[in-house]
Design a protein around this ligand. Structure first.
Ligand code: NAD
Length: 267
């Protein structure tokens, strides 16, 4: 496996958990790493520890994503790899306790961040002759969860990555999703004791970064890679719906056209 060792890598949510493990790994391999995170204290401390560059970023905002990408390009001259990893949980659901502000916040951090991150990065990646984007989605992007809005946001992210794969390929950009099961990070720290008691398999952040390195080295695009403690790393196999004619319509003449779903293929 060809490991990243001379690239400019931007990592959102890089101040904590999985992102921080990725920052440490990529910096140790000799890459130039940019940490884009809301948490200035932890971001600056990690930058000082690893030699990375910290840009305070709220990933819910398009202009802040653009500013983080611009800062990376200004400082290091180009951008090669983007890890769109920031995420949160909402702990609200449908019913009397529904908290619209927490729902919107979750969608901003988990979904808008990916739309805006890809939008901000794809120009500079294209200018560098191509590049790689890996999004941290979740195994909850393929299965239901009692965290209903978290599940909705991660399903959306997986759908976005799968849909963007063939589109961005034309620009030399590969995009894939990492879909971990439970990972021992601050995000679920308050649930760890309960999860351990229930005998749930929990990965450590370093094993997610192992998977990230494998995915970055893989030539394929538009895949959702399951990263679970109790099974080998592999792209999730979705049901093969009959979309071939739709694909032809979409990409004929090398451009994008309005999609007409052929009769008989309507969901
Ligand atoms: N921990 C798990 O069990 C687990 C499982 C599957 C997927 N994930 C996903 O992995 C990713 C990383 O999560 P983690 O477990 O390392 O969590 P974490 O809470 O340890 O780290 C998340 C980081 O994102 C940053 N962040 C939060 N809101 C932000 C914002 N608006 N702008 C910029 N940065 C912001 C935080 O400051 C923090 O540094 C998330 O997308 C999460 O959904 C986590």
């Amino acid at each position: 496996m060809a490991l990243l060792n001379d690239s400019v890598v931007l990592i959102t949510g890089g101040a904590g958990g999985i992102g921080a493990a990725a920052v440490r790994r990529f910096a140790a391999r000799g890459n130039q790493v940019v940490i884009a995170d809301l948490d200035r204290d932890r971001g600056e401390a990690l930058a000082a520890e690893t030699g990375a560059y910290f840009v305070r970023t709220d990933v819910r905002d398009l202009a802040e994503n653009e500013a983080a990408v611009a800062a990376a390009v200004e400082r290091f001259g180009r951008l090669d790899v983007v890890h769109l990893n920031a995420g949160t949980i909402a702990s609200t659901s449908i019913g009397e306790s529904f908290a619209p502000d927490r729902y919107r916040h979750l969608m901003g951090v988990n979904l808008d961040s990916v739309v805006y991150g890809v939008q901000a990065a794809h120009g500079p990646l294209k200018a560098a002759g191509g590049g790689r984007i890996v999004v941290t989605a979740s195994a909850t992007g393929m299965r239901p969860s009692y965290e209903v809005f978290y599940a909705a946001s991660k399903h959306a992210v997986v759908g976005l990555v799968r849909s963007l794969g063939p589109l961005l390929e034309a620009e030399g950009i590969r995009i894939n999703a990492l879909c971990p099961g439970l990972v021992d990070t601050p995000l679920i720290a308050d649930r760890m004791a309960e999860l351990n008691r229930a005998g749930m398999a929990v990965s450590d952040p370093e094993s997610v970064v192992d998977a990230l390195e494998t995915v970055l080295a893989d030539p394929r695009t538009g895949l959702a890679w399951l990263v679970m403690a109790d099974r080998p790393l592999a792209p999730f196999e979705f049901a093969d719906l009959p979309v071939a004619r739709e694909k032809n319509l979409l990409f004929e003449n090398g451009g994008v056209r309005a999609v007409q779903i052929p009769e008989g293929n309507q969901p």
